[in-house]
Design a protein around this ligand. Structure first.
Ligand code: NAG
Ligand code: NAG
Ligand code: NAG
Length: 723
C-alpha cells in the first residue's frame, strides 16, 4: 500500500517536473532562462554551533555594555551571584527562553523576557554567563538582523538544528566553568527540551535548576520607563458567538472526554491558548496576533477547571460556562480558579493518569514546569486530542472563515487599488504596511492583525526574514516587485494573504518568477489527492514548477490555519523535509500555500492563499481558495501557463467577481469594484505552443529527446489533471 502511494507520488512529481521543463523550453525565446545562482539558504550564515571567536573581536573593555552593572544584563549577572535573589543557589549561567507559560509563538509584550534582557525582539534563546559571555541563539536566517540589533555585549549564534538542544548545552559545556550551576525558568520551554538540556549538562557534571521568578523579579524592579515591564493586558475575554462556533463548550468537552477515554487517561491539562479558546468558546486579547485568553484548563471526567487571572472573564462568559455555584466534582459546570493555582492543583491531582500535551509541529506542548509538577506515575505524554478536533472546522466555522476572507478581500482590494491609482508615489515599505493595517481595520468584525504586516520592495523581497525597520525602509519605485504579506483576525475567522505587485513595466525575469510562483500555487490548488496522502508529501507538487528553475525556499510551503485562532496550527504541514509529521488532510481543514521565488539581491515573487480542504468524488480531497484577492496580470506570462492553469486562473477570477464584486458594491466602493473587474479580466488561452514558430526557433541540442519525453508526459499531465 505504502510503496504504491509513494510510487504514485513520484509519477506525479516527474510529470510536473517534466511538464515544467517543457514549458521552460516552450517559452525559451520569450524568457531568457537565467537561473538564479543563489539558493535562499545562502542568506543565512552557516550554522555555527561552536561559538565563533572571529565574530566580535572587540576587547571587553571597549564594550561598556558588557561590563555595565545597570543594564538588564548586568543586573542579571549580579543577581546570579546574590543570595538575596537566588538564596544559596549561586549560579554560573542563566538560560533565558523566548516564550510564555503556554509556549506561544508570539508572546505578549509583558512576557518578552528575552527582549528585555538582550534587546533581541525575535524568537531565540539566550545564555548569560556570570563570568564571561552572553550569547543569543536565533533561528536560521535571522543572525544578520540579530547582529545589527544587539549591543556588543551579546554574541549571536545560528541555531544548530542537528543537536537536540540547538547547540546550547554544548556551548555551555565549552564555556561555563566546571561543575557549573545553571538556572532557567522551566515554565518557558517544553519538557523534551528541558530534559535534553538537563541530561547533557548532567553528564558533564553540571546542574540545571528551575528558577521560576528571578527574571520577572528583575524586570519588575526596572526603573527606566523605556524598559519597564508593560502592564498585563486587562481586556476581558468575550464569548465567541455560537453562530461562529457551531458547538457548545459542553459538546466540545464531551468530545474531549471521549478521546481521553480512548487514550486511557482520566484527565488532561490544556496549555495551548488556541485550544483553551476553542474548548471554552471564548476569545481574548492577550496575544498580539491571535484573539486568545491567557488561561489553563483542566478537563477530567468529573470536572472542568479554568485557571484565569481574576476579572478576565466577561459576565456572558461566566454565565455560558456556568461558573456560579459550581462545586468540586460536578461535571456540568466550570470552576474558575486563579491562574497560578494550576501548579498546586496539578501537584495534588487525584486522577490516576493525566495527559500532558506533547509538542507537535507548530504547537510546542506543555511546559516543563507543568509536566514536572504532575507526579511521575500520573504522567502520560501525548499529542493533545484537541489539536485534531480543532483543525477540522464545522459548518459554522467554515462559513465564518468564508465571511472573514470576504471582508479581507474587500480590504486588500481597497488598499491595492488605492496604491495603484492614487498613492504609488512617495510610498515606502513602512507606509504601505501602515496603509494595509488601517484599511483592514475599517472592515466590520475586524479584531486585529494575524501577523506583523511585511512589505518588501526590490532586494528586500529576496530576504525570507525581511521586516522593514526605519533603517532599512525602502522607497517604492516602479522598477521592481513589491511583496506584501499580511493577515487579519476577524470575529468570524482568520486570514492571511501574500501578493506581489509591480508599478512599472516588469522585466522578463520578474514575469518569469511571478508566473512560476503562480504555477506552483495552481499545482497545489488543483491537486486532488487520496484522503490518506500525508500533507507533507504534496509539497513536491507545489514546488515542482520552481524546482524546474532550480528555485527553492527553506520554509514550509504551507501549514494549517485556525478559525479565529492561530494563523499557524497543527496538525498538517506542507514541507518535503518533514519526516515525522505525516498527517493527511481532512475535509474542513484550512491550510496556507505560499510558494516563493527569491532572486538574491534583486527581488522576490511570493504568492500566498488560504485553501479550504473540500471533498471530491471517490473519497478524494481537493482544495478551494478561501482567499479571493486578484493576482497582478502584468506579472503573468500567459504563454508559460498550461491550458489547465489558464482555466484555473479564469475560474478563480470568476469567483472573485461573483463573490467579492457584490460586497464591494454593497460597501459603496465603486472605484475598487472597477479596479477588481480590471484585474480579473479573462485570460485567453494561447495557441498550441507545439506549433508556434517561436517554439520551433528556440530548439536546441537535445530538443528531439525532450519532445519525445514531452509527448509521454503531456499525456500523463492531462491524465493527472482530469482525474
Ligand atoms: C447541564 O446543564 C445544562 C444547562 O444548564 C442543562 O440543560 C443540562 O440538562 C444539564 N445536564 C446535566 C446532565 O445535568
Ligand atoms: C529603481 O529606481 C530608483 C530611483 O530611480 C533607483 O534608486 C534604484 O536603484 C532602482 N532600482 C533598480 C533595481 O533598478
Ligand atoms: C485596466 O487597467 C489598464 C492598465 O492600467 C488600463 O489600461 C485599462 O484602461 C483598464 N481597464 C479598465 C476597464 O479600467
Amino acid at each position: 500500500m505504502k510503496t504504491e502511494k509513494i510510487c504514485n507520488m513520484h509519477i506525479l512529481i516527474v510529470a510536473y517536473l517534466a511538464s515544467s521543463l517543457i514549458f521552460e523550453v516552450c517559452s525559451a525565446v520569450r524568457m531568457t532562462t537565467t537561473t538564479s545562482t543563489a539558493a535562499p539558504q545562502t542568506t543565512s550564515t552557516p550554522a555555527t554551533m561552536a561559538y565563533s571567536p572571529e565574530l566580535p573581536t572587540v576587547p571587553p573593555q571597549v564594550c561598556a555594555e558588557a561590563t555595565s552593572t545597570i543594564t538588564p544584563l548586568g543586573r542579571l549577572r549580579s543577581a546570579m551571584r546574590d543570595s538575596s535573589y537566588v538564596q544559596k543557589n549561586v549560579l554560573d549561567a542563566f538560560i533565558i527562553f523566548y516564550t510564555d507559560e503556554h509556549l506561544s509563538e508570539e508572546p505578549s509584550a509583558d512576557e518578552r523576557r528575552l527582549e528585555y534582557f538582550s534587546g533581541w525582539d525575535g524568537p531565540g534563546t539566550a545564555v548569560v554567563l556570570a563570568d564571561g559571555d552572553a550569547v543569543v541563539w536565533v533561528p536560521p536566517g535571522e543572525a544578520r538582523r540579530a547582529r545589527a540589533v544587539l549591543s556588543c555585549a551579546w554574541h549571536v549564534v545560528d541555531v544548530d538544528n542537528l543537536s537536540p538542544t540547538d547547540g546550547i548545552a554544548e556551548w555551555i559545556i565549552k564555556y561555563a566553568p566546571r561543575s557549573a550551576r545553571i538556572g532557567a525558568d522551566a515554565r518557558h520551554t517544553n519538557n523534551n527540551k528541558w530534559e535534553a538540556l538537563y541530561n547533557i549538562l548532567q553528564r558533564e557534571g553540571m546542574q540545571l535548576f528551575a528558577i521560576p521568578t528571578l527574571l520577572d523579579h528583575l524586570w519588575n524592579e526596572e526603573l527606566d520607563p523605556e524598559k519597564r515591564r508593560p502592564e498585563v493586558n486587562r481586556v476581558v475575554a468575550k464569548l465567541h458567538n455560537s453562530s461562529y462556533t457551531g458547538m457548545t463548550w459542553r459538546q466540545k468537552v464531551d468530545l474531549v472526554r471521549n478521546e481521553l477515554r480512548i487514550i486511557g487517561v482520566e484527565a488532561m491539562v490544556v496549555t495551548a491558548l488556541d485550544e483553551v479558546a476553542w474548548l471554552l468558546n471564548v476569545r481574548g486579547r492577550d496575544l498580539p496576533y491571535a484573539p486568545l485568553l491567557k488561561a489553563f484548563v483542566f478537563v477530567s471526567m468529573r470536572e472542568v477547571r479554568v485557571y484565569a487571572p481574576p476579572g478576565k472573564l466577561s459576565m456572558p462568559v461566566r454565565e455560558a460556562l456556568a461558573v456560579y455555584n459550581c462545586f468540586a466534582n460536578s461535571n456540568n459546570c466550570t470552576r474558575v480558579k486563579d491562574y497560578s493555582e494550576i501548579y498546586s492543583d496539578l501537584r495534588k491531582a487525584t486522577e490516576s493518569k493525566i495527559l500532558i500535551p506533547q509538542e507537535g509541529t507548530f504547537q510546542r506542548g506543555a511546559s516543563a514546569a507543568i509536566a514536572q509538577i504532575i507526579p511521575v506515575t500520573k504522567r502520560k505524554f501525548q499529542t493533545s486530542p484537541i489539536l485534531y478536533l480543532k483543525a477540522q472546522k464545522n459548518q459554522a466555522e467554515i462559513m465564518g472563515m468564508h465571511k472573514a476572507h470576504l471582508r479581507d478581500a474587500v480590504a486588500m482590494c481597497t488598499v491595492l487599488s488605492y496604491m495603484e491609482v492614487v498613492g504609488k508615489s512617495g510610498l515606502n515599505e513602512i507606509s504601505v504596511a501602515t496603509k494595509v493595517d488601517i484599511t483592514r481595520g475599517t472592515q466590520a468584525g475586524y479584531v486585529g492583525l494575524s501577523m506583523q504586516t511585511r512589505v518588501a520592495f526590490g532586494p528586500s523581497g529576496a530576504d525570507p526574514e525581511y521586516r522593514a525597520i526605519s533603517a532599512s525602509n525602502r522607497r517604492i519605485f516602479p522598477n521592481s516587485t513589491l511583496v506584501i504579506q499580511s493577515g487579519g483576525q476577524y470575529y468570524e475567522g482568520t486570514t492571511a494573504v501574500t501578493r506581489t505587485l509591480h508599478y512599472g513595466i516588469p522585466t522578463r525575469e520578474e514575469r518569469k518568477a511571478y508566473t512560476t510562483v503562480l504555477r506552483s500555487l495552481a499545482a497545489l490548488s488543483m491537486l486532488q489527492t487520496p484522503a490518506t496522502l500525508p500533507a507533507a508529501h504534496t509539497d513536491p507538487i507545489a514546488r515542482a514548477p520552481l524546482w524546474a528553475f532550480r528555485q527553492d525556499y527553506t520554509q514550509p510551503t504551507g501549514y494549517g490555519m485556525g478559525a479565529a485562532l492561530n494563523r499557524k496550527e497543527d496538525p498538517v504541514v506542507i514541507d518535503y523535509k518533514q519526516d515525522i509529521n505525516l498527517h493527511p488532510f481532512r475535509e474542513g481543514y484550512f491550510i496556507t500555500c505560499e510558494p516563493t521565488w527569491y532572486e538574491m539581491g534583486k527581488y522576490g515573487a511570493k504568492l500566498g492563499n488560504v485553501l479550504e480542504v473540500v471533498p471530491r468524488p471517490g473519497g478524494y480531497l481537493g482544495f478551494q481558495e478561501a482567499t479571493l484577492i486578484p493576482y497582478e496580470y502584468k506579472l503573468i506570462d500567459r504563454n508559460a501557463l498550461t491550458e489547465y492553469e489558464i482555466n484555473w486562473l479564469n475560474a478563480y477570477n470568476e469567483r472573485i467577481r461573483k463573490i467579492v464584486g457584490p460586497e464591494l458594491k454593497d460597501q459603496g466602493l465603486t472605484d475598487v469594484y472597477y479596479w477588481m473587474m480590471n484585474k480579473t479580466v479573462r485570460v485567453e488561452s494561447p495557441r498550441d505552443k507545439m506549433n508556434s514558430p517561436n517554439f520551433a526557433s528556440s530548439h536546441t541540442v537535445g530538443f528531439e529527446i525532450i519532445l519525445a519525453l514531452a509527448s509521454v508526459v503531456f499525456t500523463f499531465d492531462r491524465y493527472v489533471n482530469y482525474y
